[in-house]
Design a protein around this ligand. Structure first.
Ligand code: GYE
Length: 307
């Protein structure tokens, strides 16, 4: 015989909300934590998640978004690998009446009606925090401070904004000079490779490394050690994210400071998806609150870190 649940289930069961999410890739510890946060939060919220990894390629993200439109998902969310080139596919989603949420990274579309909200960090402010820390650290120093910069993915919001915020602060004092700046695509392998090239070109003339994320800094630390130099001593190292790997490097005395950028966007994304489905209006910008961790604080903070 049929149970009561089987008979009544379909009547009472609410249709699950379907969320299509296009992720950038798996390029960093930050990204892995972000993916985990989104998957876990979808499960907790009872939302059906269609997850797609773009392997850091915009064309893959556009394909994924088009597939979500074809499947008529309820909401589309994505973390745009670069800022530009989204207008067409976003117009297609709008025409299909599927709301879009931007997570983590922004787009530079002029028509802001193409998405409901953008949730994530203020990357310019992260760059400023890195710059302010350096200005303070180099206070008494009169000579030139020669900086090399490892940029994130070319054209991505965090790479553009972290450079901008940092430069805005250091330009107040001409002793600060960015002598080399190149992309390491947010990965350890590329961070190491580019740092090797920087060391080859500049010899012992590098005072500071500013890396747009921890993974590139960790790769660069290897290159610095292999060149016979002491990371965090011979070269002051600043990076962004504050992932566990950065705390380990700080505790080992190899990284001076990491500016926090939280990847734990899952719960607020699911809350927004539910609100959108319920017809509620949500803020156009949902900003992440974050901090900065100099190496002296690392051992005390480490046990409290969630990513
Ligand atoms: O800092 C980096 C990742 O978009 C904020 O992407 C994110 C950045 C993060 O690869 O580690």
């Amino acid at each position: 015989a049929l149970s009561a649940a089987a008979l009544h289930g379909p009547l009472f069961a609410q249709k699950k909300i379907v969320l299509g999410f296009s992720q950038v890739g798996a390029e960093s510890e930050w990204r892995t934590a972000n993916t985990e946060s989104i998957k876990a939060a979808a499960k907790d919220a009872g939302i059906e998640l269609k997850f797609s990894d773009a392997q850091q390629k915009q064309e893959n993200q556009i394909k994924a978004i088009r597939a979500f439109i074809a499947q008529k998902v309820d909401v589309i969310a994505f973390s745009p690998v670069v800022e530009s080139g989204w207008d067409n596919v976003l117009r297609e989603a709008k025409a299909a009446k599927i709301p879009v949420v931007l997570t983590d990274r922004a787009v530079n579309s002029k028509d802001t009606s193409l998405y409901v909200t953008f949730m994530g960090s203020d990357f310019v402010e992260e760059g400023r925090k890195a710059g302010r820390w350096l200005v303070e650290k180099m206070k008494g120093q009169t000579g030139e401070v020669r900086i090399v910069e490892l940029q994130g993915t070319v054209g991505s919001a965090p790479a553009i904004d972290r450079k901008k915020g940092f430069e805005e602060i250091i330009k107040a004092d001409p002793k600060f000079k960015i002598v080399r700046s190149q992309t390491g695509d947010f990965t350890r392998a590329k961070g190491k490779e580019v740092m090797e090239a920087f060391l080859k070109a500049e010899g012992k003339g590098i005072n500071v490394l500013y890396a747009h994320n921890d993974d590139m800094a960790i790769g660069a630390i290897q290159a610095i050690e292999e060149a016979g130099l002491k990371p965090a001593k011979d070269i002051t190292i600043i990076s962004i994210d504050a992932v566990k790997g950065a705390f380990e490097a700080m505790i080992a005395g190899k990284l001076n400071v990491s500016v926090e950028c939280s990847p734990l966007l899952g719960p607020q994304l699911m809350a927004a998806v539910k609100d959108i489905q319920a017809g509620k209006t949500i803020p156009k910008r949902i900003e992440t609150v974050e901090s900065i961790f100099p190496m002296e604080t690392a051992a005390a903070e480490f046990p409290k870190r969630k990513y």
